[in-house]
Design a protein around this ligand. Structure first.
Ligand code: ADP
Ligand code: ADP
Ligand code: MG
Length: 536
């Protein structure tokens, strides 16, 4: 009895204290006091700059952290302050919680934005921030933990009546038993790592005799990548579409979705092109999926921005795949079509403010497409191609957004993800958006390194893409055209354009030298070390 009374009072006082803080933080005189004024961005590259842009618009100071390999990185120059957090390998810098917390303390930042990748889905980091009195701009460690483990998430979704892919909800412990279970579900199946992410630890099994080797190799890949070898079984969805819903939830019980993103153009389970609206979506299914996405987020008391990924078959049956409890790489297409700044929304939620829009206020307008540009050689099996950027012309013009971080003279480090930028276009119709993307890709010139731009150009010419009739097999099905072994006419033309451009730039440099105009080389080293950098 005493325990019950104690618990009652504990819960009551806790909830009223939280309620009081929430209410207090809304009153005009305290509002200003509680607001975040300085944010440390625990990331690098394009996403660090993306977050800092919103900070600047909101009058919030931004703090960059950088590894030894990133002294000359653009995010360091863009921030108001920058702190070195260790050696080049990410497990000695961007993944070291202690170093990031120390940088936050030294800078006086009161909040940390984790971006995507690195520590963004690390529950320990979210908890540690809270313990240190810092605001983690993201969900609670409970939400991260529950959704971060695919098996736990599947169970949670089942209890919230969100459809999940048929399969198991326990890790495979016995190979013989696994064979029996798979026979019951029916081939083909996917063996998936419970801790999986970035397409790792996943195996497709078509034939019974391949089950044992698939489970064994999925387990060892999962162990190497995530230090956790739990794998489970999912029915393989034929002709699958990857369609995800953006959701945002505040700390006042409001949760809405910002519609879908079609991400079926994938290479090795990694997204290459994303668009919204999805060419296969209907109004009815959109509404139903949106409701399920909101239910999924509510099931873990979600706070902040997140993404519910679904796998969808040709008949528009859809199943929960996973939730990404962070800002997504492809978030800009949603921002463009719905007109909401998702980073600003995340910061407002972290400031304990209620959402300033309701579900019925949100509409999709026009069409947006994003392509991810990698420093990889598409004509040589997508070999990473880091190196020094010689010349670069970014695409500009109506309806074009370019979120990048590299610049002429910058040497791409070998230590991190080879994605160098995201090109996002918007137009009133899908057809116009594709034409605009082609125009923007044509104008995008980089020399010194190989990029996936020619490969992206080829994707936009494939009739199935143009007609919006594609699923996750798209790249594989069109491999002969998309990944030609020899020199394609398109590539020859691209190379000729680049050669002409390089020639033009060389002439320009010569012209400048003759007129004694010194090019502005910038003082990158100083920017890397200096505090209170205000340039850019
Ligand atoms: P999105 O759905 O936003 O494309 P991805 O799965 O491609 O997300 O992951 C975004 C970034 O996070 C990528 O750089 C990827 O390499 C990294 N990433 C994703 N999951 C993990 C993980 N479990 N561990 C480490 N990095 C990860
Ligand atoms: P990750 O955490 O690595 O992103 P996901 O579970 O999101 O893993 O799956 C990544 C991709 O793998 C999906 O977008 C889809 O293309 C494919 N995939 C995953 N599960 C299935 C399945 N059951 N059937 C068919 N394809 C799947
Ligand atoms: Mg995924």
């Amino acid at each position: 009895m005493q325990v019950v009374i104690f618990l009652y009072f504990y819960i009551f006082t806790r909830s009223t204290t939280q309620g009081c803080i929430n209410k207090l933080s809304q009153t005009p005189c305290f509002k200003e006091y509680f607001m975040i004024k300085k944010i440390l961005v625990a990331n690098r590259g394009e996403i660090a700059i993306r977050v800092m842009r919103s900070c600047r618009e909101m009058g919030i100071e931004s703090v960059a952290v950088f590894s030894d390999a990133d002294r000359t990185s653009m995010h360091v120059r863009y921030a108001d302050e920058a702190y070195n957090i260790g050696a080049a390998p990410s497990n000695e810098s961007y993944l070291v919680i202690d170093n990031i917390i120390e940088a936050a303390k030294r800078s006086g930042a009161t909040a940390i934005h984790p971006g995507y990748g690195f520590l963004s889905e690390n529950a320990e980091f979210s908890d540690r921030c809270k313990k240190e009195g810092l605001i983690f701009i993201g969900p609670s460690s409970y939400a991260i933990d529950t959704m971060g483990d695919k098996i736990t998430a599947r169970k949670k979704m089942q209890s919230a009546n969100v459809p999940v892919v048929p399969g198991t909800t326990e890790p495979i412990t016995d190979l013989k038993e696994a064979v029996e279970v798979i026979k019951g579900i029916g081939l083909p199946v996917m063996i998936k790592a419970s801790a999986g992410g970035g397409g790792k630890g996943m195996r497709l099994v078509m034939k019974e005799e391949d089950i044992v080797s698939a489970v064994t190799s999925a387990k060892s890949e999962a162990m190497a990548a995530f230090s956790n070898d739990a794998v489970y079984i999912e029915k393989y969805i034929e002709s699958p579409h990857h369609i995800e819903f953006q959701i945002v939830a505040d700390n006042h019980g409001n949760c809405v979705h910002l519609f879908e993103r079609e991400c079926s153009v994938q290479r090795r389970h990694q997204k290459v092109v994303e668009e919204t609206p999805s060419p296969i979506m209907t109004e009815k299914v959109r509404e139903e999926m949106g409701k399920h996405a909101v239910a999924a987020a509510k099931a873990v008391n979600y706070s902040g921005a997140g993404t519910i990924e679904f796998i969808v078959d040709d008949n528009l049956n859809y199943y929960f795949l996973e939730m990404n409890t962070r800002l997504q790489v492809e978030h800009p297409i949603t921002e463009r079509v719905v007109g909401v700044d998702l980073v600003k929304t995340q910061i407002n939620i972290a400031n304990n403010l209620p959402l300033d829009f309701k579900q019925e206020d949100l509409k999709q307008k026009g069409h947006a497409i994003e392509v991810r540009i990698y420093a990889e050689d598409p004509d040589n099996n997508f070999m990473p191609n880091p190196g020094k950027i010689e010349h670069m012309t970014e695409p500009l013009g109506l309806g074009v957004r370019h979120d990048g971080y590299v610049y002429p003279g910058y040497e791409i480090p070998i230590y991190y993800d080879p994605m160098i930028s995201k090109l996002i276009v918007w137009a009133l119709t899908r057809k116009e958006a594709i034409d605009r993307l082609k125009r923007a890709l044509y104008a995008y010139k980089i020399t010194g390194i190989k990029t996936t731009i020619p490969f992206l150009n080829r994707i936009l010419d494939v009739p199935d893409f143009v007609e919006g009739k594609y699923n996750t097999h798209f790249i594989q099905d069109n491999e002969e055209y998309l990944v030609p072994s020899g020199e394609s006419p398109q590539r020859v033309q691209d190379m000729a354009t680049i050669a002409a451009f390089v020639d033009y730039r060389k002439n320009l440099e010569r012209f400048k030298e003759q007129r004694l105009c010194k090019p502005n080389v910038g003082n990158w080293k100083a920017f890397g070390r200096k505090r209170n950098v205000t340039r850019l």
